[in-house]
Design a protein around this ligand. Structure first.
Ligand code: B16
Ligand code: MG
Length: 222
């Protein structure tokens, strides 16, 4: 059967590793410091969104206005909390089955990229020894526009040398699904369908994906 999919682009936080949990705990600690309301429901709006835009979501939710220099101090503090949590990450933080799935794609000559909006992504890559699983890495340091802008996936496809219509994106964030669709790619939502209303297909277990169906049709099931 001919191959439709030639490249798979993976978000990091919430797709390859459960570092989304540590982003949440970092923001929660900051919100508690400041006496702001913040919970896991609001946290879904922060998935895939840049550090400063994430702070703005929390400020808007709490009706708080702050000058730019204060916002910078707050995002730096949250980043310190997040980086402290990253010191202890290990293989238990990997999304079960994710690396086996990536390896199965590579065995079938599908190119792979890690596409994360996080400027901490390479720390996670090094700690979890992900270097050998991906042909290209794109992180927040390479970008001037964050999701839902398609830049992150366009740059990933360019680095792999694969056209957009041959790429599939794996994303846990609504902003990331929108970015992948705007790039003209097949998009798969990682997580519950009701949290990802724009994703045409979703899953929660990598083992449920039919790898050959995905490569031949762009769909995770036949
Ligand atoms: P940082 P992803 C995104 O990573 C996270 O989902 C989002 O919560 C975070 O705010 C953003 O990276 C920026 O991260 O503050 O570490 O630069 O999901 O695109 O892998
Ligand atoms: Mg994510």
């Amino acid at each position: 059967m001919a191959k439709l999919i030639e490249a798979a682009l993976f978000d990091l936080d919430g797709v390859i590793a459960f570092t989304d949990r540590y982003h949440y705990l970092g923001w929660k600690r900051l919100a508690d410091d400041e006496g702001w309301d913040f919970d896991e429901t609001l946290n879904h709006q922060l998935r895939g969104v840049s550090r400063m835009e994430s702070l703005q979501v929390i400020l808007d939710h709490n009706g708080v206005e702050l000058p730019e220099d204060k916002k910078k101090q707050l995002t730096d503090r949250k980043n310190g909390y997040y980086q402290k949590l990253l010191e202890d990450i290990n293989e238990d933080d990997l999304y079960p089955g994710a690396l086996e799935f990536v390896a199965a794609l590579r065995e079938r000559d599908v190119k792979t990229a890690l596409a994360s909006g996080s400027r901490n992504a390479m720390t996670v890559v090094n700690s979890l020894r992900l270097e050998g699983f991906f042909d290209a890495f794109v992180t927040g340091h390479d970008l001037d526009r964050s999701k839902p802008d398609p830049q992150i996936f366009e740059l990933s496809a360019e680095r792999l040398g694969v056209p957009a219509e041959r790429c599939v994106v794996f994303e846990d964030a609504e902003s990331g699904i929108e970015a992948g669709l705007a790039a003209g790619m097949y998009c798969v939502g990682v997580g519950e369908a009701e949290l990802l209303p724009n994703a045409e297909q979703t899953f929660t277990k990598y083992a449920d994906i039919d790898v050959d169906a995905l490569i031949e049709t762009g769909r995770i099931k036949r």
